[in-house]
Design a protein around this ligand. Sequence first.
Ligand code: PMP
Length: 399
Amino acid sequence: MKTETVFYEFSERTNSIPVSFIREILKVASSKDLISFAGGLPNAAFFPIKALQEISNKVIKEDGAKALQYNITEGYLPLKEWIVKWYRTKRGIDVSPDEILITSGSQQGLDLIGKIFINKGDQIFMENPGYLGAIQSFSAYQPELIPISLTSQGIDVEELNEKSTAVKSKFIYGVPNFQNPTGITYSAETRLKLARLLDDKKLLFVEDDPYGDIRFKGKVLPGLLTLNKKRTIHLGSFSKMISPGLRLGWIIANKEIINKLVLAKQASDLHTNMLSQMIVSEFLREYGIEDHLALLHKEYGKRCDLMRSLIQEFFPNTTEVSQPEGGMFMWVKLPDEYPVKDILEESIRAGILFVPGAEFCTSSKKENAMRLNFSNASEEEILLGIVKIGMAIDKCRKK
Ligand code: PMP
């Protein structure tokens, strides 16, 4: 039989979605015996498996009919009530359950925000370097992404101010706590200036905050939701707090925005997995989250310190490394005489994986940097991996 070649005519939208380098590299990571600092994986050794097993059994046994039935798009009310309480006690901010939408991870939240706000050609401000998943989500709606630099104090508010005079942007997207990919946290001053700028320029801020509760150092700083609630769309997630496989996140925003997001979500998946919502809600009620977070802070903090001190010991002394106070990533900048693309190839040969910083850059200028994840590896792997990357750096130095 003759085989026919079929050409599928995908939409412009589909063709504008960039391939995720990380998803591709994770396929390599799972197929080989590598030490990976590439993915953004929480450490599975700390998932509360026993407690979740017990709670899952209980939920299915006692409330199975509800957990397995269709449900409302807005989300499971007891879970929303827990979120209300959490924001009141941890961040000193009052939100009401109808300002919350439960999503299938915050990644879905990003897609829904793109869906309800972005027309083709709209201009969106993005941190540069920025979170690849947000670039991917928004790109499907064909905006023009306008990069705003990150400094060690967070988003460059001066640059944002200048660019927002020339550009009428729909929103700014940023990760103020322990940013992905750099690990940088916006300073208190940056936050205040940004909150003011939002009013001056009548801009919205999409505050993506999946790492906010994974702070192992320093003091909690008020988020943009606290500083300028009416101009902030805030995204939270249980992925780093409990487990990403649960696929549970939330959006907090003005009711008018939530109503539109609910419509967009209905068209996408009707509602978030009810069994997951009920299990997490019951887990939080029965166990709380404080002890679990304390464990993550201790373990991730230890790994972060270890990785940083090894980098200082084994990388060239011209290396710049960010100082994360939480989250899961650090950013390592190298002078141009050490090309990171070559270092990655050499590292892969030595069995170590990371993501080159250039992948996260939306501007034409690509940083000679690497993003290293410190949450997922063991301390032994961090030791071995950083020493080997250090050797790869030496080998790749341009003469
Ligand atoms: N935002 C940022 C900044 C992230 O790093 C991630 C996870 N890599 C997400 C959103 C998505 O998280 P989830 O969908 O699991 O909540």
